[in-house]
Ligand binder design. Structure first.
Ligand SMILES: NC(=O)c1ccc[n+]([C@@H]2O[C@H](COP(=O)([O-])OP(=O)(O)OC[C@H]3O[C@@H](n4cnc5c(N)ncnc54)[C@H](O)[C@@H]3O)[C@@H](O)[C@H]2O)c1
Length: 442
């Protein structure tokens, strides 16, 4: 099939590349000329395991193209995916300006029957707005071209995006058109060969499914973090509680690690947007509001533990940070707990030495750009020299089983604050460490 993917960020680039991998001819479009120029030179704008090789191979096989020219891309396409950002607007709702700008361009430029697919996470009812926007442009052109608008929310997980896209748990497609449904089934068939994972539903339910899925996962995280905070008060160990409840098949082990709160480009904005959607429709989403409040507070729990240990004024103290990305496997720092912890410590006078295997460029260029008293190092052990404590904020594999002897030698005092509860089994206290973790009081 000939496909256009509009927006070549995390979702667009991964989806487009995976469609190309299955033999489709895919053109990825972006308005950012620098991004497209780099992609055409084989330089990827994001880090995602396995993506670079897949992009380079498909470009070589002439299945994958990059351009800023939507007009060119749409010429032969049967399906156009909208995969642009839907960032949080100033009032907390999803900002639809990019999606609707793309819809307008599609209406102005399409030359043949087209299936327009909303892959961006969009509020319920957006497909109607996209449809109306395209139709308005076609009317202005006196065109009677046919088109369908489909909702196909994306559930990929950053850090394992290729794996999730190539072997999805489910493919949700919302449409009221048999023609579009059939085409979407054909497109996704290669990804669902072992068993049918295609779930067809009405458009609004598909749009809602994405928000409900993210809100459910965020709820599990905030629930466990709340339990962890109670554990600390009552002398229980949240990690043992996690194992105790996760063994119940109805609960399961995933998304119940106590930690420094969720971040990333999706959960924070989607949870907020869902609260807003509910409010606009006359419903107060109490539980989902609380999920967000618990998370906001959780991002500062590690900073609070440091303040309790070292004092309100952190002038003269230096802290070594392992992990800046909001989760392992990505360079994405959007809403990462590290941003909040580091800013709080610096505000109180501390110096920071930071290391992350992939996200340091993002930190330096965007998220911690204007921050004073922060230095970045290429080696995780180097940051420990003369640091008063090590703070762990992302569960990268390379932090899982480090050389504790080396850590102890390098640190000024052998203190570890673990925002990800990675070292429960290492008996760090017996190794002479002062070990602070979430969900266990000292
Ligand atoms: N990142 C994720 O893990 C993830 C997972 C599922 C769903 N989503 C959703 O997918 C959508 C995209 O997210 P993302 O993380 O890929 O965003 P992103 O910011 O990484 O990428 C968006 C891209 O769209 C481009 N763009 C903006 N306007 C454009 C236009 N008019 N024409 C062409 N390109 C344009 C931008 O330049 C950018 O490259 C969002 O709605 C997000 O909520 C994201």
């Amino acid at each position: 099939m000939n496909i256009t993917v509009i927006g070549s960020g995390y979702v667009g680039l991964v989806s487009g590349t995976c469609f190309a991998e299955m033999g489709n001819k895919v053109t990825c479009v972006d308005i950012d000329p620098i991004k497209i120029e780099k992609l055409n030179k084989g330089i990827l704008p994001i880090y995602e395991p396995g993506l670079e090789t897949m992009v380079l191979n498909n470009v070589q096989y002439k299945n994958l193209f990059f351009t800023t020219e939507l007009n060119e891309a749409l010429q032969n396409s049967e399906i156009a995916f909208i995969a642009v950002g839907t960032p949080m607007g100033s009032d907390g709702s999803a900002d639809l300006q990019y999606v609707l700008a793309v819809a307008k361009s599609i209406g102005q430029l399409m030359q043949k029957r087209l299936i327009v697919v909303d892959k961006s996470t969009v509020p319920i009812g957006t497909a109607d707005k996209v449809k109306a926007t395209i139709q308005k442009e076609l009317d202005l052109r006196n065109s009677d071209l046919e088109f369908d608008v489909v909702s196909n929310p994306e559930f990929l997980k950053e850090g394992a995006a290729i794996e999730y896209f190539m072997k999805p748990d489910r493919v949700v497609v919302g449409t009221d058109s048999d023609y579009a449904s059939e085409k979407m089934k054909q497109l996704y068939h290669p990804f669902c060969m072992s068993r049918d994972r295609f779930i067809s539903m009405d458009i609004r339910s598909a749009e809602m499914t994405k928000y409900a899925a993210n809100a459910m996962l965020a709820t599990k995280i905030s629930f466990m973090n709340e339990i962890a905070n109670i554990c600390e008060k009552v002398g229980a160990d949240a990690n043992q509680v996690r194992i105790g409840i996760g063994s119940d098949r109805r609960i399961g082990y995933s998304f119940i690690y106590p930690g420094a709160g969720y971040g990333g480009s999706c959960f924070p904005k989607d949870v907020k947007a869902l609260t807003k959607i509910a409010k606009e429709n006359g419903y107060t989403a109490q539980l989902i509001t609380a999920v967000e409040e618990v998370n906001d507070a959780q991002k500062l729990v590690i900073a609070q533990k440091i303040i309790t240990r070292f004092g309100e004024d952190l002038t003269g103290f230096t802290f070594g940070i392992w992990g800046l990305a909001f989760k392992p496997g990505t360079d994405d720092m959007r809403e990462a707990p590290a941003i909040y912890v580091i800013k709080e410590l610096v505000k109180r006078g501390a110096k920071i030495k930071a290391y992350d295997p992939k996200a340091m460029h993002e930190a330096k260029t965007f998220y911690l750009k204007d921050l004073e008293r922060i230095e970045y190092f290429e080696s995780k052990y180097e940051i420990l020299k003369n640091s008063d404590a090590l703070i762990l904020l992302t569960e990268w594999k390379e932090f899982r089983s480090p050389d504790f002897e080396e850590i102890k030698i390098q640190l000024k005092t052998p203190v570890i604050f673990d925002g990800r509860n990675q070292y429960n089994t290492f008996r760090l206290e017996e190794k002479g460490f002062e070990y602070h973790q979430i969900g266990k009081s000292k």
